[in-house]
Ligand binder design. Structure first.
Ligand code: TYD
Ligand code: MG
Length: 465
């Protein structure tokens, strides 16, 4: 009976010719066989087998738009300039270099829960004058609707699609003809031309490639959300970052309100710009004047607090540094920092000990940059030293003073770049004194703020206490 039923049927489904490739999940390198260690990036246990379909089918959605010539003489390329969509979100526009460029592909990376979906949905809803297609493979339509209600809906031209299949997404895109397409996230995309599961190297690469082709052919800008791994890099092959035009990083401490948006790569603008947002009940609010919000208001001056005039990229920002120096309870003193490099703090403490004679080796030192912001600008050194000394001496610094200088290993106070811009920011924010290096070539009389210069950490100590 059984035999009869099966008779005449092929047991083998019509499988497309497929081949398997071994991909390194870390760098995306292809190998013909499994290995314990990737020969390209040297990572162990990162090679996985992925099935790739051999036949390259022609993409159906492309057939109609495939007529444009691709071979150009460089002089004959029409110079349309860069057509940009100004998003109206000042912080985002600034980081993008003045808006989204037509046909560009941007990748937005960030830790889970940092606010990537919120930022992009907000963008989609803010752009009332253009048609936006927001594709989500992570949330259901009703979840997005709930979020949209929190943010406040303005746009009537924002379309939500919950789909992960690249072909179907692009078919919908062809029908809806959006002016901007947002994909949340690239790790959920699935292309029919690759058999391995979503999130695998070949799948991410193929799906991203199709999105890029779509953007270039139709001139519709595409924003892709990318997850990041626990090491802090965008998950998937590194080449993904090479393929796209713009790589944005959204960062911040999850328990703090502030979020920073940086461009790691931008083919249409500078990577020095920084966008600052605050997470509030109605989504992300732009922070147009960071200095104002990052300095905590207090009634009386407290010891251990100092204000640094830093520069994030090219954006001046006043940041508060808090230090606490106390006698170590255990044999090995603790050095704990938030938002600042612990090694750098150890170096500054060693300089204070060796060059200025402060007995810090037996002290616990805690350092905190307020607002949960991470600062890499070396100009914050002087404020760190001032905060540590202030806490050590238990004497408050004048609350109308701020600092901008780097500290060298021999205890010298070194000049920093764009010092004029920092001084102007301090002046604008109503500070009366700014301490800088005496090696900065500036005329201190040019400013309405008192500019004090110092050459060594010893000088600074005499100046402030
Ligand atoms: P989300 O955009 O989902 O993060 P991602 O897409 O990067 O994973 O952000 C979710 C977090 O943001 C969540 O923890 C709650 C918070 N949030 C607010 O504080 N206010 C809001 O209005 C919204 C929409 C989210
Ligand atoms: Mg999300």
């Amino acid at each position: 009976m059984l035999i009869y039923l099966l008779k005449g049927k092929s047991y083998f489904c019509d499988m497309a010719k497929s081949k398997t490739i071994f991909y390194c999940q870390s760098c995306g390198a292809q190998h013909s066989q499994w290995m314990g260690k990737c020969t390209r990036c040297g990572e162990w246990n990162t090679i996985a087998e992925e099935v790739v379909e051999k036949e390259t089918k022609s993409y159906t959605w492309q057939k109609e738009i495939d007529k444009t010539p691709v071979l150009f003489n460089v002089l004959e390329i029409p110079s349309s300039g860069e057509q940009r969509i100004v998003t109206g979100n000042n912080e985002l526009d600034r980081v993008l270099g003045g808006g989204l460029v037509q046909g560009s592909v941007s990748l937005l990376g960030g830790e889970p829960g940092i606010g990537k979906s919120t930022l992009l949905l907000q963008l989609a809803l803010q752009l009332t004058h253009i048609r936006v297609l927001y594709v989500s493979g992570e949330e259901s339509a009703s979840q997005i609707r709930m979020r949209a209600e929190r943010i406040g809906m303005q746009s009537e031209q924002c379309f939500i699609l919950t789909e992960t299949n690249v072909g179907k997404i692009l078919q919908h895109a062809q029908r809806i003809k959006p002016d901007l397409m947002i994909i949340d996230s690239v790790q959920t995309l699935q292309s029919d031309y690759v058999e391995s599961g979503p999130g695998s190297v070949s799948q991410i690469r193929e799906s991203a490639m199709e999105m890029i082709k779509f953007a270039k052919k139709t001139q519709v800008p595409v924003i892709l959300v990318g997850h990041i791994t626990k090491e802090g890099v965008i998950a998937g092959p590194k080449i993904l970052e090479h393929m796209v035009d713009v790589v944005l990083q959204f960062e911040g401490e999850r328990n703090h309100l502030y979020r920073l948006l940086r461009a790691q790569k931008n083919r249409y603008g500078s990577t020095h710009e920084l966008g600052i947002f605050e997470m509030v009940g109605e989504g992300l609010r732009e922070v147009l004047n960071p200095s104002e919000v990052l300095i905590s208001a207090k009634d009386s001056a407290l010891s251990g607090n100092a204000v640094a005039a830093t520069l994030e990229g090219i954006r001046p920002m006043l940041i508060e540094v808090q230090a606490l120096v106390s006698t170590a309870v255990y044999g090995t003193p603790q050095r704990t920092t938030t938002g600042f490099d612990t090694k750098r703090l150890n170096m500054l403490l060693a300089v204070l000990e060796k060059r200025a004679g402060f007995q810090l080796a037996s002290k616990d030192v805690f350092l905190n940059i307020t607002g949960g912001i991470r600062v890499d600008d070396p100009a914050i050194d002087l404020a760190v030293v001032a905060a540590v000394l202030s806490s050590y001496e238990n004497v408050a610094l004048p609350d109308n003073a701020c600092f901008a200088a780097e500290i060298g290993l021999s205890g010298e106070i070194r000049p920093v770049n764009r010092v004029e811009q920092r001084i102007h920011e301090a002046e604008k924010m109503g500070y009366d004194i700014i301490f800088v290096s005496k090696f900065n070539k500036i005329k201190t009389s040019n400013y309405n703020i008192r500019v004090e210069t110092a050459g060594t950490v010893g000088d600074i100590f005499r100046l402030i206490f």
